[in-house]
Design a protein around this ligand. Structure first.
Ligand code: ATP
Ligand code: MG
Length: 290
């Protein structure tokens, strides 16, 4: 499936959260969207998923319905079909806490059934097979009968990705999927997204706070600033000057303080693993100094 985002704009009153954004997404790419808080990253993903409607512009999708369709004009069952094909993963996982892992993932199959069967949670053997396979791929099958609220954040996110996978999506949207996770779990989740992208050919579009994560995992980086795309290219093309432009270094009074975010974006220049090593090393040093 290919996606053409054309002149997409979203205004909230006088605030233009996404401003005339245009880009194309070929099948199978893994794209990282980066930018400061408030740059419009979530609003952009929400419009693609039809959780928000644009003020102007189009999102043309080819390969799901007959020919090329503007997903912003879809209604009723076609919106549901689009949402199933365009699965979304969130920073806060959005699992149902008191349900088991298995049931949470089965919920991803709901769009394949009539409402009455879904309400009665009548899932087929095929649905269960899909669910088990997805849990196996995310190394979560041993937790299938645990309640979602018994899991760690990293485990919950893996369940949320399994739920997205059983939707059999063509595209996976992830809005800050690792922002609530520690470094180790963050790399487990990013590795899983990358594997799904490579092995299944599912297009992944992922909002990320850290520039380095985008560089480590993505084929392409889109940098947003104040609702606009200011960079769209290969990770290797994103030099420090451009990164400063995206993160607005040296600019004051643009909402919340930029310094923390900029520090975070720049200092996390190591892979998650080497960071873990460094934490371990420093713990040892502290221990030895006692
Ligand atoms: N429902 C809404 N009503 C009014 N303003 C909104 C709404 N949603 C987002 N905004 C505003 O739109 C702008 C872009 O928000 P958005 O959440 O897309 O940014 P973001 O890049 O995802 O930021 P973050 O990194 O903090 O998640 C912000 O100024 C935000 O306050
Ligand atoms: Mg956001």
């Amino acid at each position: 499936m290919t996606l053409k985002v054309q002149g997409l704009t979203k205004a909230f009153g006088s605030l233009v959260a996404v401003n005339n954004v245009t880009f194309e997404v070929p099948k199978g790419q893994m794209i990282g969207i980066i930018g400061r808080s408030g740059a419009g990253k979530s609003t952009l993903l929400r419009m693609i998923n039809r959780l928000a409607d644009p003020t102007a512009g189009r999102i043309l999708a080819e390969g799901i319905f007959d020919g090329e369709v503007d997903v912003c004009t879809l209604k009723g069952s076609r919106v549901r079909r689009w949402r199933a094909q365009c699965a979304m993963v969130f920073q806060q996982f959005n699992l149902v806490p008191r349900l088991t892992v298995m049931t949470n993932v089965l919920m991803g199959r709901i769009s394949y059934h009539p409402t009455w069967r879904a309400l009665l949670m009548m899932f087929s053997a095929r649905d269960r097979a899909f669910t088990i396979r997805a849990l196996q791929r995310l190394d979560m099958v041993s937790h299938a009968l645990h309640r979602a609220d018994e899991l760690s954040g990293g485990q919950q996110q893996r369940v949320a990705i399994a739920r997205a996978l059983v939707q059999e999506p063509k595209i996976l949207l992830a809005d800050e999927p690792i922002a609530s996770l520690d470094l180790r779990n963050a790399s487990i989740v990013m590795d899983a997204l990358r594997r799904i992208n490579k092995d299944d050919g599912i297009t992944v579009i992922c909002n990320l706070h850290l520039l380095q994560t985008a560089k480590d995992y993505c084929d392409r980086i889109i940098g947003m600033r104040k609702g606009e795309i200011v960079f769209d290219g290969l990770p290797s093309e994103l030099n420090e000057a451009m990164a400063r432009e995206i993160y607005g270094v040296g600019e004051h009074g643009a909402g919340e303080p930029a310094d923390d975010e900029v520090d975070l974006a720049f200092t996390a220049t190591q892979t998650a693993e080497s960071a873990v090593d460094r934490v371990e090393e420093s713990k040892e040093r502290v221990g030895a100094g006692r």
